[in-house]
Every structure is written in structure tokens, then in C-alpha cells.
Design a binder for this molecule. Structure first.
Ligand code: SAM
Length: 239
């Protein structure tokens, strides 16, 4: 695994990607430290003719436009590196495998990720054969693959060594051991809020967290993580 993760997003809207890079300090820092490269590849540049056409009507009729397979083939082939073992080309589609934290861990091991973001009614079916895998971010339909590509990129990049600051840890987070994370608290120690009927309610931080007793705190956190997972996501415990 090389030190730098390169991410390319093939898109008709490169502004989505540049805005993302510009908006996030952690991403900018990772780029500056040469841990990350995040680029948009403008699909329009592979379009046909003077008008750089990228889509057409679906054969057989129907509403909307479909991204052309020849245009996407050119765009994807241009990104392919000789060493396919170190590169993964991912098509974003609601019909793909649902993205999970374990996929983030798996994708974080590659040197280069290429995401293909669809638009309109999607893409010509033949495009599926030019990619290594298909991912969805959930059972809902968005207008384009840019946000799914960025969602997956963010989940992946934060697992790469050095991308997060020293204070942030990824090993005890939700899903890392098929558990949700334990509850977190910070100041104030007592939060007073007006409850119904104007009675003041004191919401206190659990006492064990104030003891400084690390063994007890860890036991409490593990218990809470278990309880919380059992209540909210029992399916994770089955795993
Ligand atoms: N007609 C397509 C279908 O029913 O499967 C949906 C096309 S959608 C409007 C346009 C593009 O947005 C898709 O090609 C895909 O790249 C992206 N997209 C939408 N929802 C997504 C999801 N849940 N996960 C990943 N990509 C999604």
C-alpha cells in the first residue's frame, strides 16, 4: 500500500468534487501532506463531436437520457493503470452492493480508487462490464453518483494512516467490531433543562466517567456499546 491514496471521480459535475476539497480542512491537510489526491475527471471531455455529447435516448423508448457506453468506456479506460491489483474502479448505482464500513476498510487498501458517477436515468448496461464492482449507498435514488462517491471516499480516506489528527481514533467506532459506539459525553457535567411543566431537570454525565478509573470506564463503555447495539441494531450482533 503506497503512502498516498489517489481518488478519481468521473463526473459531469466536477464542481461537486472541487467544492468538497475546498470545504474540508482535514481533506486539504491530507492533500498537502501528500497522503491523498482527490480529483474530478470531467466526463464531458470524453463527449462526442463539437457538442461533446455524453448521453442519448434509451433504446426501446422511455423517459430521460442514458449515459453512453462508448463515452464512459473511453473515460474509464483512460484512468486504468497497468497494475489492476492496486486500483479499483467502482460504479455508483442504487442497484449495487450496499456499502458498509467493512467495504471502507477493504477499499482503503488500494492505491487508487476510480468512482464512476452516473446521472439522468443512469448509464448504458454495458458499462457494468468495464468496472471492478458496483456500490450503492442505500435503498433510495439520488440524482447523481457524485454524493455517493464522496460519501464512500470520505469513509475510506479517514481510515488511511495519518489522514485524521492524532486525537481521533477509528478503532472503537461504530461498526468497527460489529458494535455501535458507546455513548459519549463532554462538558458540562450537569445540564439543566426545562422539562414539561417548567420543572428543571438535571441531566448528569454518568458517574463512572468522572472517576478516572480506566478499567471501570472501559468495562462500562463495552457494556453500553453492547446494550445499545442490542437495542438499535441487533442484526450487527448476529454477525
Ligand atoms: N434509473 C436508475 C435506477 O433506477 O437504477 C437510477 C438513476 S439515478 C437517477 C442517477 C445516478 O445517480 C445513478 O446512475 C447513480 O450513479 C447515482 N445514484 C443514485 N442513487 C444512488 C445510490 N443510492 N447509490 C449509489 N449511486 C446512486
Amino acid at each position: 500500500m503506497s503512502k498516498k491514496l489517489s481518488i478519481k471521480i468521473i463526473t459531469l459535475f466536477p464542481g461537486f468534487i472541487t467544492d468538497f476539497v475546498e470545504s474540508f480542512g482535514i481533506v486539504k491537510r491530507a492533500i498537502k501532506l501528500k497522503l491523498l489526491k482527490l480529483q474530478a475527471v470531467n466526463l464531458r471531455g470524453f463527449g462526442l463531436g463539437q457538442r461533446q455529447v455524453v448521453d442519448d435516448r434509451p433504446y426501446g423508448g422511455g423517459v430521460g437520457m442514458v449515459l453512453r457506453s462508448d463515452v464512459l468506456y473511453k473515460a474509464i479506460s483512460k484512468q486504468r493503470t497497468a497494475n489492476r491489483g492496486k486500483q479499483r474502479v467502482v460504479l455508483l448505482t442504487p442497484q449495487g452492493k450496499q456499502f458498509q464500513q467493512s467495504d471502507a476498510g477493504r477499499l482503503a487498501k488500494y492505491d487508487e480508487l476510480v468512482f464512476v458517477a452516473g446521472r439522468y436515468e443512469g448509464f448504458d448496461e454495458r458499462v457494468r462490464q468495464f468496472v471492478d464492482e458496483e456500490l450503492s449507498i442505500g435503498d433510495f435514488v439520488l440524482m447523481g453518483g457524485e454524493l455517493p462517491a464522496l460519501v464512500i471516499s470520505e469513509a475510506v480516506m479517514r481510515l488511511r494512516p495519518g489522514v485524521l489528527g492524532k486525537d481521533e481514533s477509528v478503532d472503537k467506532e461504530s461498526f468497527s467490531e460489529n458494535l455501535l459506539e458507546y455513548p459519549q459525553y463532554t462538558k458540562p457535567e450537569v445540564l439543566r433543562v426545562k422539562a414539561k411543566g417548567k420543572r428543571v431537570k438535571a441531566m448528569r454525565v454518568p458517574k463512572v466517567l468522572l472517576t478516572g478509573h480506566h478499567k471501570k470506564i472501559n468495562e462500562w463503555r463495552h457494556e453500553e456499546a453492547l446494550k445499545r447495539t442490542k437495542k438499535r441494531r441487533p442484526d450487527l450482533l448476529q454477525k
